[in-house]
Design a protein around this ligand. Sequence first.
Ligand code: BTN
Length: 328
Amino acid sequence: SIAIVRDKKNPDRLLMMMLAARGGYISGEEISRKFGVSRSAIWKQVNHLREMGYEMESSTRLGYRIFKSPDLLFPEEIWSKAELSFLGDRIYYYSTIGSTNSEAKRLAQEGASHGTLIIAEEQTRGKGRMGRVWTSPRGTGIWVSIVLKPQIMPSEAPKLTMLTAVAVTEAITEKIGISAGIKWPNDVLIDGKKVCGILTEMSAETDVVNYVVIGTGINVNNDIFPDEIKDTAISLKIAAGNAVDRIQILAGFLERLEYHYKTAMARGFEPVLNEWRKLCCNLGKPVEIVTRDGSFTGIAEDIDEQGALIVKKTDGKFERVLSGDVSL
Ligand code: BTN
């Protein structure tokens, strides 16, 4: 398995330059002038990009250009497409991993900083909520975990998950013009089927959060799903009718996430929770709530200031649900 660790301040400079040219040529002379290296050193670096999967054209007259990218979520691809101020300052990129969430927790224990991203092309033990498995085949989706160190009370953490669901939903609409909705607590749906799931894990003491890991799985170019979920899952490709650029979706998602995060830390969660309410497809509707202790039905009235779902039961009593699932 290939693992790459990179800091935004110290990227692969040739790759950044070639990506900025967006398929256009950059002359060998310009490269050696900017980097102060010889023509043969450039040749070596170009071949390194070729080994990474970039198809490079080289012409003595015009220089170098990328004519085909490998469709991989390399850190430089993210930095060159997303405008971010702290998110992704350090990125861990894995070809294969068990679970990006497990790796993120391990790195956070070892002191990984606020905004660190852990990305994998494939997860062999992808984790879903409530002990479920998250199918994460190679190169099809976005399997990413984000380490955050927010100054909030542990009880506020669920709102970060809701914020993340809003960011994913907005990115989908913004980038491919397909309308998506949120099912409480944080599933993103298209046509009533799940396109994204979020698993937040936290390390906290009584009144302080050490770190939060927000794991997000977005089905982007999946063509098929395992039998157990084939009727309830969807990918952006299936919804759009054509393959979707994963980098573009990831970049949009991270930008929206950073925006809402900064706003929430500066002015509170109310603005993003209002967005969540608008995007939620359960509110005002009949729901069946499934928790560990059993299930009940009622009308989903609203969410409270902690992100709990307020359900008006058939007997008229209100129930506050902090964790569970909505079926129906
Ligand atoms: C859910 O059950 O809806 C949550 C699914 C979360 C999946 C993502 S993929 C990246 C991260 N790593 C994991 O092992 N799980 C999350």
